[in-house]
Write a protein that binds this ligand. Structure first.
Ligand code: BGC
Length: 290
């Protein structure tokens, strides 16, 4: 089964058609620049452009369900925060805006949640039971908390208070550059953040994603945490793949997945519904207010 996944980031909006059996892209990975200012309306236009390019390439067909990861809290299709994006995201009916513009069944969810779903199903967290926490370290810090395959949505752990400030303003990838921290010093500061996160959530596995995770060889030896720390393994496709997973889960009749964690559900759905039609978006399991 195939679905469209889109990942809205601070600098680029990326999209592709995902094969859910494997978690791989079966299309080109299309990238367009994030518009400035990145208002919901402007972003929706660029998402539409990504879709047009996929249609032009013959990869996107009208009936495919679509998932869109956005760097904000999303509940019931409404975006509720705007930490590193235009303030007009607060209260925007982002899912409706996307659905109307794309004319596809669309589910919107937090970008880190999407990446976490994909890493647990197909990447660095695959086969790890228990509590997995993915932290994406880029412009901000995003988090995805996944317990035995089920996502706890919108955890927003980048905004925990660290030394009296929002943690992402001190130890995100952008903060590292802005504060002129070398890897060793940054890692030590980041350890204080990990200690805070661990004190509350006691994860069994920590996955580091985002731009900083690509450099892990430079600072891995300085990191200290109780849980094992591994880099995300899907690099620049996890956000796309996870968004596609959310789309499939939402487009699936509840009976098929009622007792099943989302990651497994997406895979089961692939098997069960390959020959069926998928029904309307929004009627599926709760992927966490996505
Ligand atoms: C936002 C999160 C987002 C993260 C990564 C944070 O500033 O609050 O919602 O997941 O950045 O994009």
């Amino acid at each position: 089964m195939h679905a469209l996944g889109i990942d809205v980031g601070g600098t680029g909006i990326k999209g592709g058609v995902v094969e859910l059996e494997t978690g791989r892209l079966v299309s080109e990975r299309i990238r367009e620049r994030t518009p400035l200012p990145a208002t919901p309306e402007a972003v929706v236009e660029v998402v539409a452009r990504v879709c047009e390019r996929l249609v032009e390439g013959g990869w996107l067909t009208p009936e495919l369900p679509a998932g869109v990861g956005v760097p904000v809290v999303v509940k019931e299709g409404i975006s509720l925060t705007a930490a590193n994006v235009d303030p007009s995201w607060i209260g925007a009916p982002i899912e409706t805006l996307l659905r109307e513009r794309l004319q596809l069944p669309v589910v919107a969810l937090n970008d880190a949640d999407a990446a976490g779903l994909a890493e647990v199903a197909y990447g660095a967290g695959k086969g790890h039971p228990g509590v997995t926490l993915l932290l994406t370290i880029g412009t901000g810090i995003g988090s995805a908390l996944i317990v035995d395959g089920r996502l706890v949505p919108n955890t927003e752990l980048g905004h925990l208070q660290l030394h009296g400030r929002e943690a992402e303003t001190l130890v995100s990838g952008a903060a590292r550059v802005r504060r002129h921290r070398g890897w060793k010093r940054w890692a030590r500061e980041f350890n204080a953040y990990l200690a805070l996160v661990e004190a509350y959530f006691w994860p069994d596995l920590l996955i580091l994603g985002g731009g900083v995770s690509k450099e892990m060889a430079r600072y891995e030896r300085y990191l200290r945490a109780r849980a094992p720390i591994v880099p995300a393994s899907m690099l620049n496709t996890s956000g796309i793949v996870g968004a596609a997973m959310a789309a499939v889960a939402a487009a699936t009749p509840v009976r098929a997945v009622a007792q099943t964690p989302p990651a497994e559900a997406a895979r089961e759905v692939v098997a069960e519904t390959a020959a069926e039609t998928t029904g309307a978006a929004g009627s599926g399991p709760d992927l966490g207010g996505a």
